[in-house]
Design a protein around this ligand. Sequence first.
Ligand code: DC
Length: 224
Amino acid sequence: MIIAIDGTVSSGKSTAAKNVARELGLLYINTGLMYRAVTAYCLKCGVDTKDKEKVAALANELRIDLVSEPDGQHALANGEDLTAECKGPLVSEAVSDIADNVKVRERLVAEQRRLGLEARPGAVMEGRDIGSVVFPDADIKFFVTAPPEVRAHRRYLEFKENGKNVPEEEVLRSVLERDKRDRERPVGALIKLPEAIPLDTGDLTREEVTAKIVEHVKKYESGS
Ligand code: DC
């Protein structure tokens, strides 16, 4: 079974995907982390993330493994754990360059399909183009979002928790910028597919989001 969870930045889709996978005994695959791992590897090797050919060549030779650890999913690039770098500001700033690179996308999409098809009894795959490109035949698709102000507030609180005081208006600007880039990407753009179940997480707790997705999946499985 493949469950596709696409959605906007800071919509709560990662937490939901992780929890749904745990609850249903499926493999959780964070595809954004794969784009981040390629970015972290480029930065480590001193490759300009805007140099499309060089990045594509590097990505072609790169083996990315996603490993589940007690503290969450880790990304290994050629065996090296780059998870900490993947979450850092340098990678967050440059990752859109990598996600815009058509050749990198081809390579990662192929890898994501392999991971999904090998997963037994299935996978919860989270990203932007899972339902549209990676698994158009996914058993069930979700489109997760929340109003930009709500998502910006969540990010603002996260920054604050980590000791960073970024003005909320600045966070909102960056959320809107990321949305635009995600929606306007020439390949693998974020879209709301007609068959995807919409989920606005604005007024929901994490537990409620997980419960709603699980409920839809159980309904789907029972054929009702
Ligand atoms: O979900 P995230 O913020 O960790 O994703 C990192 C970047 O990768 C972000 O720019 C969106 C992009 N991405 C993508 O283009 N396609 C995916 N399937 C997953 C993420």
